[in-house]
Design a binder for this molecule. Structure first.
Ligand code: URA
Ligand code: URA
Length: 228
């Protein structure tokens, strides 16, 4: 191997070690995709997700419909073993009809990449599918109106791990109100699926020192994906 390549590799390994990785986050198909993945299966999950999107339609089930530009359904690999759940669309997401494409989204994308994945490998969804005005927190009745759609997405995708971003999604899925700072770092069960709460990327933009903790949570998620 050429000297430059060897040095480049050594640099990369140091980089990962500094981030606290105990092994290289190299994605393997079996780490990422369910055993009934598209290459063998029927696209059943993809079809079920499309059916759900159709049933949501031009939704008017809650007041968030009044100010939205687009419904942000969620995106990614229907066969993903890893699913990220955020709170709700912001301005950029509302315009583009895609989850996590604004500033917080860029941080999430970096997290996904550093875990060894691409955005297209995982699935990304939110608790509410329409942008709350001025990015306020979604209210209880708005969450109740929209949560069944997220629950159905999870049911269809059946990920091996749910990585829950921030308190709104964690509280909505677990049905508890414990502060995220207490919950994060430990696995909980959502209908038998391991769920790891962590900080929301928007919070991490304001509190960059806590990124380290989210890295720790990400490594526990990688370990869990490897286990089963
Ligand atoms: N914040 C979220 O919770 N979800 C998004 O899609 C974007 C920002
Ligand atoms: N508050 C939140 O809503 N989310 C976090 O991740 C941290 C504090």
């Amino acid at each position: 191997m050429g000297r430059e390549i060897t040095e480049g590799l050594a640099d990369l390994l140091r980089f990962y070690r500094e981030l606290g990785f105990e092994y290289l986050p190299m994605p393997r198909d079996e780490l990422l995709l369910s055993s009934t993945g598209t290459s063998h299966g029927t696209g059943r999950r993809q079809e079920a997700l499309m059916g759900l999107r159709e049933r949501i339609g031009d939704c008017k089930r809650c007041r968030l419909s009044k100010n939205r530009t687009n419904i942000v359904f969620g995106e990614g690999n229907p066969e993903a073993r890893l699913m990220f759940v955020g709170e709700g669309p912001g301005r950029e997401e509302d315009i583009q009809a895609r989850p996590f494409v604004g500033d917080a989204g860029q941080l999430l994308t970096r997290l996904i990449n550093r875990m060894g994945f691409k955005r297209e490998d995982v699935y990304i969804a939110n608790v509410v599918k329409c942008r709350p005005p001025e990015n306020r927190n979604p209210q209880e009745d708005e969450i109740s109106a929209c949560l069944p759609f997220l629950e159905e997405q999870i049911e269809i995708i059946r990920p091996s791990v749910i990585f829950c971003l921030g308190k709104i999604s964690t509280h909505a899925l677990l049905g508890i109100k414990t502060p995220i700072s207490k919950l994060r770092g430990n696995f909980y069960s959502y209908k038998g699926i391991p769920l790891m709460p962590t900080f929301h990327p928007a919070y991490l933009l304001r509190n960059p020192r806590d990124k380290r903790l989210t890295w720790e949570d990400a490594q526990k998620v990688l370990k869990k994906l490897k286990e089963d």
